[in-house]
Design a binder for this molecule. Structure first.
Ligand SMILES: *Cc1c(COP(=O)(O)O)cnc(C)c1O
Length: 450
């Protein structure tokens, strides 16, 4: 098919995610033919730097020789088989490697096939644990403002992004949503690098008051990604860990976006020195190759489900593609690459480049803040630097910037007034420089600066 035909059929039959389809009247979807490292290559041969890692999944670039080989080799053995009553080497090897590297005492791995499903598993696991541990009143979950944990109904119920949640509110389970960190507009007037997470107070109050009803607290460690790469202090997580211990509440860490090196460490919890009771991982787990997710937990939680059949304590959750061997084989290769290629060490010059950019962007008259954690950077566009007021959402400045950058060969998908970088961890330095330059020029254009 040529480009025109692909677009024609797309417009006739396809419904895209997170998209007002009418926008495609002026900006049709772009057919991609292949990938090449950090580049997406269009059907007509144009190279686009994938500065958002294709929605935060890609780790080492597209069309990666080692991941290709792992996938091909596994495909010649078996693509998929039932995972109840059967097992396979890639799954057990992946489970072993993840438990080995994960923070704390996470010893058990439950498989699913996307991030939202991993969150559903975590919530059900936590709830059922308390049901089977003599604490049946613990049925509710606490989440923070602007949280994002996926878009299935359970995951949406613990999310705080009104944009995604409001429409469905009448059909969502009730939990506790508490005000979380807001470092860009800190109500305490503090700096995230030096504060003591004073903003933890609402969480402390809610859990103290309602702990008898609370099964767990779910949170995105250090970066609230979908909320606009909102970065907060690790002290918040330390306080949360202590609070959860005090009141017998599970600390559920959703590292679906921030896991696998994005923060400069393999897992974000390492930066806080904290360990969750339940850990959700997905996105980068297969380097952006195949849908896979895992929910890790402790022996203690696992133990509450382990009993004679007649007790009916088993965890009956399942997905058809649970433990998919192709995905597991690629995920094992991802873990090997981290270990053998010093991926985290190679991040240093890239993080330094982003840090340099940070000073430059921060001084821009229409940037309220540029923040960075690991190889994630976010530029907060404002109409007024003094008052830190954002552009009215209807103006879609971020979306305009996205369009302009795309014309110049850089994919920068915005989140409202926030433009962010989350490139593959091995993006060549030259390409990263280009991303920063294009972002700078396009920022000037959409904010009408000379
Ligand atoms: C993307 C994301 C999810 C949902 O994962 P999907 O695979 O898109 O369902 C959950 N939590 C966080 C923090 C995410 O970024």
């Amino acid at each position: 098919m040529d480009e025109k035909e692909i677009v024609r059929l797309d417009r006739q039959h396809v419904w895209h995610p997170c998209t007002q389809e009418k926008d495609h009247e002026t900006l049709p979807p772009i057919p991609i033919a292949r990938g090449d490292g950090c580049y997406l290559v269009t059907v007509d041969g144009k190279h686009i730097i994938d500065a958002v890692s294709s929605w935060w999944v890609n780790l080492f670039g597209h069309n990666h020789p080692r991941l290709n080989r792992a996938l091909q080799e596994q495909s010649q053995r078996i693509a998929h088989h039932i995972f109840a009553g059967f097992t396979h080497e890639p799954a057990v090897e992946l489970a072993r490697r993840l438990c080995d590297k994960a923070p704390g005492n996470l010893t058990r791995v439950f498989f699913a096939d996307n991030g939202s499903a991993a969150v559903e598993v975590a919530l059900k696991m936590s709830f059922q644990y308390w049901q089977q541990s003599g604490k049946s009143r613990k049925t509710r979950f606490v989440s923070i403002s602007e949280a994002y944990h996926g878009e299935t109904l359970g995951a949406l119920a613990v999310s705080g992004c009104d944009l995604y949640r409001d429409t469905y509110r009448p059909i969502l389970m009730q939990g506790f949503s508490v005000q979380g960190p807001d470092c860009f507009n800190c109500p305490y007037g503090l700096e995230r690098d030096t504060c003591s997470a004073e903003c933890f107070a609402p969480m402390e109050e809610a859990v103290t008051a309602h702990h008898e009803e609370i099964a767990g607290v779910i949170i995105e460690p250090l970066i609230q990604a979908a909320a606009g790469m909102r970065i907060y202090s690790p002290v918040y997580l330390q306080k949360l860990r202590a609070l959860c211990d005090r009141y017998q509440v599970h600390y559920i860490a959703d590292e679906i976006a921030v896991g696998f090196g994005r923060t400069g460490r393999l897992f974000a919890n390492e930066l806080a020195g904290t360990a969750p009771d339940i850990l959700c991982l997905s996105k980068g787990i297969t380097g952006g190759y195949l849908p896979l997710s895992v929910t890790l937990t402790t022996d203690e939680i696992y133990g509450a489900f382990y009993d004679d059949y007649e007790t009916l304590k088993a965890f009956l959750h399942s997905h058809s593609y649970t433990g998919n061997p192709l995905a597991c084989a690629v995920a094992v290769e991802v873990m090997k690459i981290f270990e053998e290629e010093d991926v985290l060490g190679q991040l240093k010059p890239r993080m330094a480049l982003l840090e340099e950019a940070r000073a430059r962007f921060a001084a821009h008259p229409h940037v309220g803040e540029m923040r960075r954690c690991g190889l994630v950077g976010a530029i907060e566009m404002v109409t007024d630097k003094e008052t830190r007021t954002g552009y009215p959402w209807q103006q879609r400045r971020g979306f305009q910037l996205y369009q302009k950058a795309l014309k110049r060969g850089v994919l920068l998908r915005p989140l409202g007034n926030v433009v962010y970088f989350m490139p593959p961890l091995n993006i060549p330095m030259g390409a990263l420089e280009q991303v920063v330059e294009v972002a700078w020029d396009c920022l000037n254009e959409v904010t009408h600066e000379p």
